[in-house]
Design a protein around this ligand. Structure first.
Ligand code: ADP
Ligand code: ADP
Length: 228
């Protein structure tokens, strides 16, 4: 399930100005890897995840995921792709406040053709005991666990995480990173993580640095450290 991004350009029109969110971005992500994307605000990190996950279209270049060419897909195929292949995790959890933990996760399960088991998923993220709670009754770290479960239960090929620890204190953030690493190792899910935190880069197999829409550096960590 290699992800190959080749020479991708994406612009936004902002009044009279054209913003180059991605400039000739090229990248290869191998199966089962954890990849972190570092770079200042506005450097194109979210845009990169959004085009890989099939949320956004792009103007030129190609993106191939498991040999499927996203650039040539029609909208309905792109939606299918997004539902079955990609799991999204955001800084602000984006849970539905009127639904319980289990019901929020059920939203993910219903999207997928090949979902995982509910009880097993709840147990894997450590939220089985709180399955009947509502989001407001949970801590930030617990809400993020639910958001991870909602993405994971789809049995996605990859998880796209946009600042997943950005709203959490350092210790809780480390627990979330450990959970993402556990998911990577248990299910073989490829995990892409956007972060401002240089330290998070050290747990990844591969680190990508972006600046002004360009991928300016890519390197592999020979022995990624465990988030303690
Ligand atoms: P981050 O730096 O955490 O990635 P941003 O504030 O850059 O967050 O972006 C958050 C969301 O808002 C993204 O989904 C992005 O596509 C969107 N966004 C960013 N800048 C603009 C903009 N100028 N106009 C409209 N939407 C934007
Ligand atoms: P990052 O995630 O690194 O903060 P983004 O990918 O969110 O960067 O944004 C890259 C650039 O594209 C920024 O200049 C941002 O303001 C702009 N941008 C992102 N989304 C939109 C949007 N929906 N409309 C207009 N401009 C956007």
């Amino acid at each position: 399930m290699t992800i190959i991004v080749n020479d991708v350009n994406k612009t936004y029109a902002s009044g009279e100005v054209t913003i180059h969110a991605l400039r000739n971005a090229s990248l290869k992500v191998y199966d089962h890897k954890i990849v972190t994307i570092l770079g200042p605000s506005g450097s194109g990190k979210s845009t990169l995840l959004n085009v890989i996950g099939g949320i956004d279209r792009f103007e030129s270049g190609t993106i191939k995921v498991a040999s499927q060419d996203l650039s040539s897909m029609k909208d309905s195929d792109l939606t299918e792709f997004r539902r079955n292949y990609a799991g999204f995790i955001f800084q602000q959890y984006n849970l539905i406040p009127t639904l319980t933990v289990e019901e929020n996760i059920e939203v993910g399960r219903e999207l997928s053709k090949n979902p995982l088991d509910m009880k097993d998923t709840l147990e894997k993220v450590g939220m089985y005991d709180k399955k009947d709670k509502f989001p407001y009754q949970l801590s930030g770290g617990e809400q993020q666990r639910v958001a991870i479960a909602r993405a994971l239960i789809k049995n996605p090929k990859f998880l796209l995480c946009d600042e997943p620890t950005g709203a959490l204190d350092e210790n809780t953030g480390k627990k979330i990173l450990r959970l993402l690493k556990f998911v990577n190792e248990t299910y073989g899910t490829t995990v892409l993580i956007i972060t401002h935190n240089q330290g998070i880069g050290e747990m990844a197999h591969t680190v990508i640095k972006m600046s002004s829409g360009e991928i300016v550096e890519t390197y592999d960590n020979v022995s990624p450290i465990e988030p303690e």
